[in-house]
Design a protein around this ligand. Structure first.
Ligand code: C2E
Ligand code: MG
Ligand code: MG
Ligand code: MG
Length: 292
């Protein structure tokens, strides 16, 4: 009888392994399929750029917007970046994706200038792999030349963790980019485990407080402490500071009280297609600032 039980255990163990192996294979196959489709989708123009406005707190006006990519997939519908940007980052596709978004965003910002929305900036996310690729500076130069966008209207967002991945290289590269007249923001700041002294000489113009801290700014003292420390660190080094992921009026009021320069988040607007962001730019910022 013991023998039978052992047989049964062995059989089911084997089934389990096969089960796990097949779900893992399915996930790998799905990724490979998306990667193949993305390779085709970029030149086919299936990527769509949405824009989320950024509000200057002091003047209560929209000063620009962040470009956030989506994929209008012919069968799967509108895909969010979390569903395909990591796949692109694992292959060299992120370089083509990044250049596509950069070009679209700069074209769009050029149209904003022509529509009488002068000075509005566009922010484009740059992936870690693009920092290593070697084509970034040329691509930025080329896109600025082709679109005629003033370099001061382009902001590049680079995450803290991708900078820390190779600080010396990133520092040299960003000096080169700043030489073109574009501005540099450090995205998801507070999550990248950087030493503050390493960032002291880093050529950035702005820190973006990661939304995980903003989310808990009113409720978790340690999150508020990080947010306020980032604001004061930025101020000391002469950088601007942005808070992303602002969802409630209380969060916005708290950030204003502590002199955060700009805010971005669902409280103001979700990322929207280009025509909608132009309309938002013309509207006053937050009407309810002083409501309680
Ligand atoms: P990110 O650059 O930190 O962008 C902010 C993300 O937070 C966006 O998500 C935005 O929709 C979301 N968000 C904005 N306000 C709020 C809020 O109030 N509450 C919450 N819960 N979320 C908010 P999205 O568009 O899904 O993009 C996710 C990430 O994908 C981006 O994070 C960025 O890392 C990456 N990504 C998006 N577009 C590009 C791109 O063109 N190139 C590269 N390399 N990465 C991109
Ligand atoms: Mg960003
Ligand atoms: Mg961010
Ligand atoms: Mg992020």
């Amino acid at each position: 009888r013991a023998n039978t039980a052992m047989h049964r255990a062995k059989a089911s163990g084997k089934d389990n392994i096969q089960f796990y192996a097949s779900t893992r294979d399915a996930a790998v196959a799905e990724r490979m399929e998306l990667e193949t489709e993305l390779r085709r989708a970029i030149p086919a123009g299936e990527l769509v750029v949405y824009y989320q406005p950024k509000l200057d707190v002091e003047t209560n006006t929209f000063i620009g917007a962040e470009a956030l990519v989506r994929w209008q997939h012919p069968k799967r519908g509108l895909l969010q970046p979390g569903q395909f940007v990591p796949i692109a980052e694992d292959s060299s596709l992120i370089v083509a994706l990044g250049e596509y978004v950069l070009r679209q965003a700069c074209l769009q910002a050029r149209l904003w200038q022509e529509a009488g929305l002068g000075g509005r900036t566009v922010a484009v996310n740059v992936a870690a792999r693009q920092l290593r690729d070697g084509r970034l500076v040329e691509a930025v130069k080329e896109v600025l030349r082709d679109t005629g966008l003033a370099p001061a209207c382009l902001e590049l967002e680079i995450t803290e963790s991708s900078i820390m991945h190779d600080l010396d290289h990133a520092t040299a590269l960003l000096h080169e980019l700043k030489g073109l007249g574009v501005s540099i923001s450090i995205d998801d700041f507070g999550t990248g485990y950087s030493s503050l002294s390493a960032l002291r000489n880093f050529p950035a113009d702005k820190l973006k407080i990661d939304r995980s801290f903003v989310h808990e700014i009113e409720t978790v003292p340690s999150a508020a402490a990080v947010a306020l420390a980032v604001i004061s660190f930025a101020r000391t080094l002469g950088m601007r500071v942005n808070a992303e992921g602002v969802e409630t009026l209380g969060q916005a009021q708290c950030l204003r009280k502590h002199h955060c320069d700009e805010i971005q988040g669902f409280l103001l607007a979700r990322p929207v297609p280009s025509d909608e962001v132009q309309a938002l730019f013309r509207q006053p910022g937050l009407a309810s600032w002083d409501a309680s």
